[in-house]
Design a protein around this ligand. Structure first.
Ligand code: PEP
Ligand code: MN
Length: 341
């Protein structure tokens, strides 16, 4: 349920209303917009008398929210969420470019790639230390040591770093990481999401291989219900009957999620396609349809990469994609508060 307040509500009445709502075991999510303030209510609202609320002086309107996601819902929070990360941000007027290798392979490799993507204009560095591989015999990542190498690349370039957590037991190692990624395979690891909800760190939440947008938002809700509102949604392709590409990139997720939620949306054309030559066209399409950013795999020597070489761009190819994306951005579809402007 949401309560839309009249402009400049009388403070005492507002406090009384909030105290009464809290006494009904409802948690209140207050969102102050330009035109009005919204109180989003989470909990069992079935006993709340809507007409009584509507009759209050300070209340303009009351609406029930049918969707099971509340904190992530655009109705709860009209304005687009902007997440500060280091000297930059995700969402708002900045287009985020996260680039780097699938896996961190050595300090030299991650530092080389970090310097190259920074020169090309990347705003954040990615690199996996804990790798969710389909085969237990494939390279599993350099784990804690890999994280140290990623942090060395951060110190060298100043780029904020994004890296994937696979299990709660790893959380202590992520203290200096700027953005914690939850991979597609862990999108519904609810215990992990609950703990990340208590962490306060920005979370990049990837859509599950066969998850609906509503399920993605319910996973975001797990993090937000724990008090962490800093969630970035990431579309990275879903399983369909098509086998020509690794996955099928669902770009309609961008306008749909913009409507459903206030959270920023990043597109990963690398995992969505699995093919380096297909990354650029999909990156341009993602930028054009109004995504808040891209996450692209870049490797200094893709043919010898320990994981995902086939979809990794060379630093030169990334420079080319970056320039092409910059050219598209002025023409890109823009949203403000969920609507195309
Ligand atoms: C990754 O980004 O390295 C990754 C494993 O992605 P996904 O979870 O989307 O497969
Ligand atoms: Mn990868």
């Amino acid at each position: 349920m949401i309560i839309i307040l009249k402009k400049d509500p009388e403070q005492k009445q507002l406090e009384n209303l909030k105290a009464w709502l809290a006494s009904q075991q409802l948690s209140i999510h207050e969102s102050r917009g330009d035109s009005h303030t919204i109180l989003g209510l989470v909990g069992d609202t079935s006993a709340v008398d809507i007409d009584l609320l509507r009759a209050l002086d300070i209340v303009e309107d009351v609406k029930r929210v049918q969707e099971p996601y509340k904190n992530a819902n655009r109705k709860f929070h009209e304005e687009d969420t902007i997440i500060p990360v280091g000297d930059t941000q995700i969402g708002g007027d900045i287009f985020t470019m996260i680039a780097g290798p699938c896996s961190i392979e050595s300090e030299e490799q991650i530092c080389q790639v970090a310097m190259a993507v920074k020169r090309s204009g990347a705003t954040m560095l990615r690199g996996g230390a804990f790798k969710p591989r389909t085969s237990p015999y494939a390279f599993q990542g350099l784990r804690g040591e890999g994280l140290q190498m990623l942090l060395a690349a951060h110190r060298l370039t100043g780029l904020p770093v994004v890296t994937e957590i696979m299990d709660l037991s790893q959380l202590d190692l992520f203290r200096d990481v700027d953005v914690i990624q939850v991979g597609a395979r862990n999108m519904q690891n609810f215990e992990l999401l609950k703990e990340l909800g208590r962490s306060g760190k920005p979370i990049l939440l990837k859509r599950g291989l066969a998850s609906t947008l509503q399920e993605l938002l319910m996973s975001a809700e797990y993090v937000m219900a724990g008090g962490n509102q800093n969630v970035v949604l990431c579309e990275r392709g879903i399983r369909t009957f098509e086998t020509a590409a690794r996955n099928t990139l669902d770009l309609s997720a961008v306008p749909l999620l913009k409507k459903m939620s206030h959270l920023p949306i990043v597109i990963d054309p690398s995992h969505a396609t699995g093919i380096a030559s297909v990354v650029k066209p999909m990156a341009l399409a993602a930028a054009a349809c109004g995504a808040d950013g891209l996450m692209i795999e870049v490797h200094n020597d893709p043919s010898h990469a320990l994981s995902d070489g086939a979809q990794s761009l060379t630093p030169e190819a990334f420079t080319d994609v970056m320039a092409a994306v910059q050219a598209v951005l002025p023409l890109a579809c823009r949203y403000r508060n969920g609507k195309v402007v």
